[in-house]
Design a protein around this ligand. Sequence first.
Ligand code: NAD
Length: 446
Amino acid sequence: MITETPGKALISAITHRTAVIGVVGLGYVGLSNAVAFAEAGFRVIGIDIESERVAKINRGESHLEHVPGEAVAEQVRAQRLSAATDFDVVSTLDCVLVCVPTPVRRDTVDPEPDLSHVRAAAQAIAPRLKPGSLVVLESTTFAGTTEDVLRPLLEASGLVAGRDFLLGYAPERIDPGNRQFALESIPRLVSGHGPDCQEAVRALYSQVFESVRLVSSIRAAEVSKLFENTFRWVNIGLVNELKMMCDSMGLDVWEVISAASTKPFGFLPFFPGPGVGGHCIPVDPYYLAWNARQVGMEARFVSLAGRINSSMPGYVVQRTAEALLAHDKELTGARLLVAGVAYKRDVDDIRESPSLEIMRLLGQEGATVDYHDPHVPQLPENAVGPDAVKSKTLSTRLAAEYDAVLILVDHSDIDWEQLVGGAPLVIDTRNVTERLPRLDFQVVRG
Ligand SMILES: NC(=O)c1ccc[n+]([C@@H]2O[C@H](COP(=O)([O-])OP(=O)(O)OC[C@H]3O[C@@H](n4cnc5c(N)ncnc54)[C@H](O)[C@@H]3O)[C@@H](O)[C@H]2O)c1
């Protein structure tokens, strides 16, 4: 047990960049942070249970499109970055950033937080935790996770948070595929378990991030992150509902949004789509809803937006069937090309992607469905059907082989003119065709 304030020595090591940083979970969040701290001059050791990922990083390669392989290679070569599957390295770490997944279980009445990865990571860290070190949870999660779930698991080591080790929370805000905001330029929220922990977390993140905001309690920081993503979830639900209303009224929702966006205050544009995917937006609001249930409340906006957003894949299928019928074609037996299977533009991530659900639904209706996505060369087994499926190679003749093309993701590096050229029918859920100069095909805004 250490007697003097644990934070002082650590803050000195952090500001001199001699502190060794561990990153537990080397996915979208963890690998990005590991590279950022290494680039800032820290020695960084990543830990992941996936041995292939670890081996790749140690070879100087990246498993993620948005983290350049060259950036990983440079840090590995400089011996600032390495990775391990064995948690024994934790005993050498001054700071441990926990970046493991926080999914929801969907086999319950309401989606329920699944903290199994956080718990497993904490149980592996605890027996190896170095006195005086700092543990920061970065995963998005419900209020109370850091102090009521993570802390007792770490304190099973015999060390006490705030006295023998430091504990903090720093929700991640990275937006893979967004070229406008580099990781370091996104302001960071941080908080800690008492003043010493707060100062240590703030000192650590200030080494890498241009702007760091200290939030007065970990719980407030946990809810701030949930609110950010719930705000998107609810507004996407609202605009998806507006889309369906406009379709029924014979109005173009894109024109309506564009017109409303001329208001210089009090309005923020959101855009409709075929549904909501990814590991964050369709998941995090249910963590907030769980918090609400614990205090006897219902997060009504969350469940309403959930109903609307999850109905969108079915709506796209229905619009496709109607458009085909107008072309004297049945959905059953139709040949369809889906453009974009990632969950959003310019990423290679297919988690919870609405495109996959749309492909499954179309297949159930008896359509034959292929796809093109430059970011996703192959869909693994069971993503849509039992077999793995390959992305179709783009050519000027590709679209002519199909009864319709469904634009589901507006990747910026697709040659859209080439892709839709020759298509008899285009179902455009992203308003991509608006930007194309020649329209010699029929477009239905799906
Ligand atoms: N992906 C994003 O854009 C994003 C943005 C902001 C916040 N977040 C949040 O960050 C957290 C991580 O998300 P992600 O997208 O990086 O997940 P991910 O699935 O890409 O990566 C998680 C990594 O953790 C590893 N892992 C799982 N259990 C582990 C354990 N017990 N010990 C060590 N490693 C373990 C996995 O093998 C994987 O490599 C989540 O809470 C997520 O909500 C994600």
